[in-house]
Design a binder for this molecule. Structure first.
Ligand code: BG6
Length: 480
């Protein structure tokens, strides 16, 4: 987020041949490379596929082509190197360290390194330990560690992982990724709230009735059974992405848009959330149905899922109460699901109705409240809904909206990873999750993970299990 110049870097992707590297990191890195921001070299490392520097460059070129990235402006990929970490043993990491140091010497680099762990979470501890044990965490320059989500599976495992990270790295060197924070529209939440005094003065229990955060996906498992079936929607989406959105909506005004100031306010929100009881949670799992006109199979029929013992939730809705002066009593409803009716990531703020109705024709219940809907994807932008009188003699009200759409004004938005990678290189931690923040979030959800909640079935292509309506106290979800 800041405008610091980027110094020369050696960027090391552990998991450099994996899905995340191919689909997200390498395309983002190539876009940054085109901007010529710094002297930049990359080592990809993998365990399975055997590569040398040349075959890795071919692999990257092919992957970028498959992802539709135009690399015609990049003269050569000779800034890419490959070094295997094999099975991840200490011996293999020693050979890896030799290659890193050799390259730094040959390329005249000063030791600025980024280690990006694009590997399955089960491999995080061994990788971090080996990086530290072979001394790669120390150099003549700045060394940074980037860890993908999920950071732990519950409070205890997140604490253990933090302890291990801190054995080798200072918190100021650690970048825990939640890619939602890199989305342009998510950052715009800060601009929207803190540069429009008109909204900020309405932003509290005095004027707001409830807040709904929805991340609805039409996708199903997408061949991720091995990961997803052990995780489920609470861990995969609610604990991180939706909770992050909630903190940005609810936090107090930070003293500045700076890493510590922003993260301090976010942690305060998490600490103010009341313990969540099982009656505040509804879980679901998709069955067969039709999504956007296409027949799809149910979760239990997906490849790699054992129907008889999978109770994994593909839908989760949670009602939170933030017990502080600003929000006490205002429900924050977080909802996410796969194979839903349509793709929609939205934050809907419902304002309070007028205190009485002065129109004889309607009771106060007939007057729909004002609503601000911030759309994070697709069609990024927002709508402010209000009532107008329809022309004619009697009073008939209709709902209209003021509409703003990013693409109409600004064109293509940068990809979240592009933003986050640049911030890592610049050393700006504002959009990354701090150790105490990740633990505070797990502290909220860990008690739920050990409860045996019912998992209700819902047909693919719907808005999830009907049981979720009970969280709304007779109201309707805004996004339907
Ligand atoms: C990931 C989850 O973190 O976010 C996926 O593991 C999910 O299950 C994805 O599909 C959603 O991200 P986006 O950016 O497509 O909304």
């Amino acid at each position: 987020m800041n405008d610091k110049k980027v110094p020369p870097y050696l960027f090391i992707i552990i998991g450099g041949t994996g899905d995340l590297a191919r689909r997200k990191l390498l395309p983002a890195i190539c876009r940054l490379w085109e901007k010529n921001l710094s002297e930049f070299y990359l080592i990809g490392s993998g365990s399975g596929r055997k590569h040398d520097d040349e075959t890795y460059r071919d692999f990257v070129a092919r992957s970028l082509e498959e992802e539709g990235v135009d690399i015609s402006h990049i003269d050569s990929l000779d800034w890419l190197y490959y070094q295997s970490v094999g099975t991840g043993s200490l011996e293999e990491f020693k050979a890896f360290a030799d290659r890193v140091q050799q390259l730094e010497k040959n390329l005249n680099l000063t030791g600025n390194r980024v280690f990006y762990l694009a590997v399955p979470p089960s491999v995080f501890p061994n990788t971090i330990k080996n990086i530290g044990e072979v001394g790669l965490n120390k150099s003549g320059g700045e060394t940074k560690l980037v860890v993908e989500k999920p950071f732990g599976r519950d409070l205890q495992s997140a604490q253990e992982l933090n302890r291990l990270v801190h054995k080798y790295f200072d918190e100021s060197q650690v970048y825990r990724i939640d890619h939602y924070l890199g989305k342009e529209t998510v950052q715009n939440l800060l601009a929207f709230r803190f540069s429009n005094a008109m909204f900020e003065s309405l932003w509290s229990r005095d004027r707001i009735e409830r807040v709904e955060i929805t991340v609805a996906e039409t996708l199903g498992l997408e061949h991720r059974a091995g990961y997803y079936d052990k995780v489920g929607a609470l861990r995969d989406m609610i604990q991180n992405h939706l909770t992050q959105l909630m903190t940005l909506v609810a936090m107090e005004v930070p003293t500045a848009i700076e890493a510590d100031a922003v993260r301090y306010e976010k942690v305060k929100v998490l600490r103010a959330v009341s313990p969540i009881s099982s009656s505040d949670v509804v879980l679901g799992q998709y069955t067969r149905g039709a999504v956007e006109g296409r027949e799809v199979i149910g979760y239990c029929e997906e490849e790699g899922i054992n129907c008889s013992d999978s109770h994994t939730e593909t839908y989760a809705a949670v009602r939170l109460n933030i017990s502080n002066w600003r929000w006490q009593g205002v429900p924050f409803l977080l909802r996410t699901g796969k194979r839903m009716f349509k793709e929609a990531t939205e934050i809907a703020i419902t304002f309070r109705r007028p205190p009485v109705s002065i129109f004889k024709q309607f009771s106060i219940k007939d007057i729909q409240p004002n609503r601000l809907v911030i759309t994070l994807q697709p069609d990024e932008g927002f709508d402010l809904y209000f009532k107008v009188k329809e022309p004619g003699e009697s009073y008939k009200l209709s709902t209209q909206s003021l509409h703003f759409e990013y693409s109409e004004i600004f064109g293509r938005l940068p990809d979240a990873y592009e933003t986050l990678l640049l911030d890592i290189l610049k050393g700006d931690q504002t959009l990354f999750v701090r150790a105490d923040e990740v633990e505070a979030s797990w502290e909220l959800y860990t008690p739920l993970l050990s409860n045996h909640q019912d998992v209700y079935k819902y047909a693919s292509g719907t808005w999830g299990p009907i049981e979720a309506e009970r969280l709304l106290d007779g109201e309707k979800w805004c996004t339907v």
